[in-house]
Ligand binder design. Structure first.
Ligand code: TYM
Length: 332
């Protein structure tokens, strides 16, 4: 790792396949950061266990996501790319940080409250302590910046609180990380319910565009996107559906909102929805092509994730030795 560069870490849970929200809100920005920073990106497979997930599904999602990272442009020569479960220090530091995380602060996490309400039959302890494992993911690598969507900001705040508490007691052990949220595309909403984020757990398949969706399905989903009764394409309060489509269109074409408004002046929502659908399908086509090639070469994929785990373990171990010593555990 180059010392003078800042370190970035981020992760995606393999609870589903990657959708447009995760791509525009996360992955696309990660690709752009690879030259400027020391980047570590991981598949947060241990976090995925907080929901009920079939082993075969978890395995499939994890490998698919790994290949998608690469297809989207994450380059394992520049970036450390790995599975969280391959680096045992994540779970170890997660436990230690549990002991420096308060019940009260975990109880206030909005994601915990939302998920507990939605899955009343599986409010497990892992769901509750999820933020301390996520803090471990970040603090293990002394990350300076964590690129995440808006929905993860509260988790970043608690990570800083935990790190501050630990450092306050033991000296400067952890770097305090900052959230890094890009402006455009940072919050992609569901196409069928534009008040909510486009999410892997969404029940309406029309609301979510998966990265591996075929072209005709993508265009069909955009044609069906929920909008309002106005007919002018313009960004304005209360026009959640159109605002979302404009954000997506802007993220994939690079056009500003005023350019989009000018381009679609005098045209209806139908034309606009079709244009957004086509531009998204065009943007995803080369990614899907690359994905297929990467997924076919199983041996190479394995080589890459083993190498990633090795590099990550080396860095994680440095932090763990420091932590063990500071808190009073006996060194081996
Ligand atoms: P996850 O897997 O839900 O989402 C991965 C990343 O994608 C962003 N994202 C979105 N951004 C914009 N619009 C959307 N509709 C959208 N959907 C998802 C998320 O904000 C996130 O940045 N807890 C994390 C995973 C995690 C992690 C970490 C992240 C585990 N350890 C350490 C950063 C650092 C999560 O559930 O993300």
């Amino acid at each position: 790792m180059e010392k003078e560069k800042k370190t970035i870490l981020s992760a995606i849970k393999p609870t589903g396949t990657l959708n447009l929200g995760g791509y525009l809100g996360a992955m696309k920005n990660w690709v752009a950061l690879q030259d400027e920073y020391n980047c570590l990106y991981c598949i947060a497979d241990l976090h995925a266990l907080t929901i009920k997930i079939e082993p075969a599904t978890l395995r499939k999602n994890s490998l698919e996501l790994f290949a998608l990272y690469m297809a989207c442009g994450i380059d394992p020569k520049k970036t450390v790319l790995f599975f969280q479960s391959h680096v045992h220090q994540h779970a170890e530091l997660g436990w230690i940080l549990d002991c420096y995380t308060m019940f009260g602060e975990l109880s206030r996490m909005t994601q915990f409250k939302d998920k507990a309400a939605k899955n009343a039959d599986n409010v497990n302890a892992g769901l509750f302590t999820y933020p301390s494992l996520m803090a471990a993911d970040i603090l293990l690598y002394q990350a300076d910046l964590v690129p995440v969507g808006e929905d993860q900001r509260q988790h970043l705040e608690i990570c800083r609180d935990i790190a501050n508490r630990f450092n306050g007691r033991y000296g400067e052990v952890f770097t305090l990380p900052d959230a890094y949220t890009p402006k455009v595309g940072a919050r992609v909403k569901s196409l069928s319910n534009p008040m909510n984020k486009m999410s892997k757990s969404e029940s309406d398949a029309n609301g979510t565009v998966d990265l591996l969706d075929p072209r005709d399905a993508i265009i069909r989903k955009f044609k069906k996107a929920v909008t309002d009764s106005d007919s002018r394409v313009r960004y304005a309060e209360g026009k959640d559906g159109i605002n979302n489509l404009m954000s997506i269109y802007s993220a994939v074409t690079g056009k500003t909102f005023s350019e989009i408004e000018k381009d679609f002046d005098g045209k209806g929502y139908g034309d606009f929805k079709l244009a957004v659908g086509e531009s998204v399908a065009d943007c995803l086509a080369p990614i899907q092509e690359k994905y297929r090639l990467i997924r076919e070469d199983k041996a190479e994929l394995e080589r890459i994730y083993r190498e990633g785990a090795e590099k990550a373990s080396y860095l994680a171990n440095k932090t763990m030795r420091k932590v063990y010593k500071k808190i009073g555990l006996i060194e081996k």
